[in-house]
Design a protein around this ligand. Structure first.
Ligand code: ADP
Length: 254
């Protein structure tokens, strides 16, 4: 905790050796009224989750497995943009701390040299149309080695250690991440999503690409052309222009 320069994000840290999922623990704490900025960090997750119930590999001591509790005073429509905010924060932290070119694949993956180095899972609770709390889960592959990844994801996943060919300081990277996150979150509270949307567009690898979008009920193909003011992905499909939100869709390169 020494040297932390933030006043909200990470001022209160709850550390575990092992949990099922940091998001699940953070949601339980948020339910009991835990304050904004509290972070749940675990050395290992046994049930780390991606979107749509997919598994997130989180081996002991190798990664940054954490969840941040936020209580933004916004309508539920604004929640998807918080995932994009988190992605910009992670990409900036990786750039500034490691000097690596990090790009964002909509909505929730950070890629370096085309491979996934971080995933983000945002979950929220709302009362009517107002957000009560948001939990932002960040799984950042800091010091994993190739053999720490299951074979089936070795061609699409990587870590900072693999990329840099040296171990990195997780503590220092977490500090950097909290700093970037807090700056962006303050900007979001003051000016809304629009300045973050511009930064996101500078760092993204999705716009201008042919994509295939799988929703729970259908599959669409088309050209990803823009991000809306509330974080939706605009795709020109055969059926016309459509907007998708991260929660219930997955995206494939076409
Ligand atoms: P998607 O990229 O399809 O949106 P999710 O964000 O839902 O994926 O994350 C889950 C998926 O990420 C898993 O199905 C697996 O393919 C991959 N994965 C799991 N653990 C890791 C990890 N530690 N690093 C990189 N990729 C991972």
């Amino acid at each position: 905790r020494a040297g932390l320069s933030t006043s909200c994000i990470g001022r209160n840290i709850v550390h575990y050796h092992e949990v099922g999922s940091t998001n699940t623990v953070a949601k339980q704490l948020a339910e009991r009224g835990e304050r904004e900025g509290t972070v749940v960090i675990a050395e290992k997750q046994t049930e780390g989750r991606g979107r749509l119930g997919r598994r997130w590999e989180s081996p002991y001591g190798k990664g940054i497995w954490l969840s941040i509790i936020l209580r933004p005073r916004v309508a539920t429509d604004a929640a998807p943009s918080i995932t994009l905010l988190a992605a910009v924060a992670v990409a900036k932290a990786i750039k500034n701390f490691c000097g690596l070119e990090a790009l964002i694949k909509w909505p929730n993956d950070i890629l370096v040299r085309g491979k996934k180095v971080c995933g983000i899972l945002t979950e929220m609770k709302a009362d009517m149309d107002v957000v009560e709390y948001v939990v932002v889960g960040i799984g950042l592959n800091a010091n994993l080695e190739v053999q720490d990844f299951p074979e089936e994801i070795r061609d699409k996943a990587t870590s900072l250690r693999i990329l840099l060919n040296k171990k990195i300081s997780r503590v220092n990277l977490v500090r950097k991440l909290f700093g970037e996150f807090e700056s962006l979150y303050n900007l979001f509270r003051e000016h809304g999503f629009s300045p973050i949307r511009s930064m996101w567009k500078e760092m993204n690898t999705t716009l201008g690409q042919q994509v295939q979008v799988n929703t729970l009920t259908s599959v669409y193909s088309g050209l990803a052309v823009d991000i809306t003011e509330d974080g939706g992905l605009v795709v020109e499909t055969k059926e016309g222009t459509k907007v998708f939100y991260g929660g219930e869709v997955s995206l494939r390169k076409h």
